[in-house]
Design a protein around this ligand. Structure first.
Ligand code: AMP
Length: 326
């Protein structure tokens, strides 16, 4: 099944002279790595094709991978193949022209809510879309060229979305694919240096947040970061969002939540968990994602409190049925 859909995607890439690639808003390593990696594979294999990345926002954290280049014009969309990676629903695509091309392809690993695209290749159990792009390359290895920088982008996305090869989606296949990428000559030391490097001001801000973490009766850890607090400390929204990882290892804290205020007064919610899922909970609050890593949005303090209460109830019931989990 996956072989036939990959074949269809390969044939479309071969057929079109103009290809436009997009991803989800507020991009993470997988969104940036998969789009840049696929773009570079196509450009290297077919130098005569016009291949663009077209996204409205950027990730500061991923900027070490390079820029996204010149954006396409409206005219470029007319006869283009559009490929959207790592984006479960059209609402989250990082440009509003994604449907202006001739054909649309979706490549993704999120739990399907509403599917889209003329061709859709979705594998929910994959560690990352980067893993799928690497798998696509390996399937047609004799016909495609993988530049070293493309391999670095793809490896970076696998590493970040799998939590450094720790999350549930990490499989033997993930490791085999990672091994192929390493063997292609990528600079691991530079990738990990960039992923780990942090401004001192940011480190101090994160340290100050630890004292603000709260925990519910059943063990849901949560943290609210207001715009005022963030601005006072000279921290970007993207940097503030990284605070979710502060709560990852609390004993008994099987669900952890970060609430980061947006400029428009809505609040971004990042939901994470181990053993039990939080994706369904996220769907109750305008969100979705993966079983143990989802995103949502709340629009009032009441809605935020309701989400925390619902998470607490969920965790309480889960612990009753599964005692002894760390
Ligand atoms: P985040 O906490 O923003 O990193 O999101 C965790 C995962 O959930 C990522 O794979 C996101 O792509 C996905 N996600 C975030 N927000 C939403 C949303 N509103 N709807 C569907 N998926 C989302």
């Amino acid at each position: 099944m996956s072989k036939s859909v990959k074949r269809k995607i390969f044939d479309r890439i071969k057929k079109y002279d103009t290809i436009i690639i997009s991803r989800h808003t507020r991009p993470d390593g997988d969104a940036v790595g998969s789009t840049m990696g696929l773009c570079e594979i196509i450009k290297a294999t077919y130098p005569q094709k016009r291949v663009f990345l077209d996204n409205d926002d950027r990730s500061e954290y991923m900027s070490f991978l390079g820029g996204e280049g010149e954006r396409p014009t409206d005219g470029d969309y007319k006869n283009a193949l559009v490929i959207v990676l790592d984006t479960g629903t059209v609402k989250r695509i990082a440009n509003n022209k994604y449907d202006k091309g001739k054909e649309l392809i979706k490549i993704d690993h999120h739990i399907i809510e509403t599917d889209y695209g003329d061709i859709s290749w979705v594998e929910e159990e994959r560690s990352s879309v980067c893993e799928m792009v690497a798998d696509f390359y390996l399937t047609f290895k004799d016909k495609l060229i993988l530049p070293v920088h493309a391999a670095e982008c793809i490896y970076t996305g696998i590493v970040t979305d799998s939590g450094r090869f720790r999350f549930k989606g990490t499989s033997g296949e993930t490791m085999r694919i990672a091994a192929e990428l390493i063997d292609s000559g990528i600079d691991l030391e530079t990738i990990y240096a960039n992923l780990g490097a942090e401004d001192f001001i940011n480190l101090k801000f994160r340290a100050s947040l630890i004292s603000k973490i709260k925990i519910t009766e059943n063990g849901v850890a949560y943290l609210h970061i207001s715009n005022a607090l963030r601005r006072r400390n000279g921290i970007s929204q993207e940097q503030a969002s990284a605070s979710i990882s502060l709560m990852e290892h609390i004993k008994g804290g099987l669900i952890w939540l970060a609430f980061i205020e947006n400029d428009d007064k809505s609040v971004r919610v990042r939901l994470r968990s181990r053993f039990l899922g939080v994706q369904e909970l996220a769907t109750h609050y305008h969100g979705g994602g993966h079983e143990c890593a989802s995103g949502a949005t709340v629009y009032s303090a009441e809605e935020e409190a309701a989400l925390i209460e619902e998470a607490d109830k969920l965790l309480g019931e889960y612990k009753k049925e599964n005692p002894g989990l760390i």
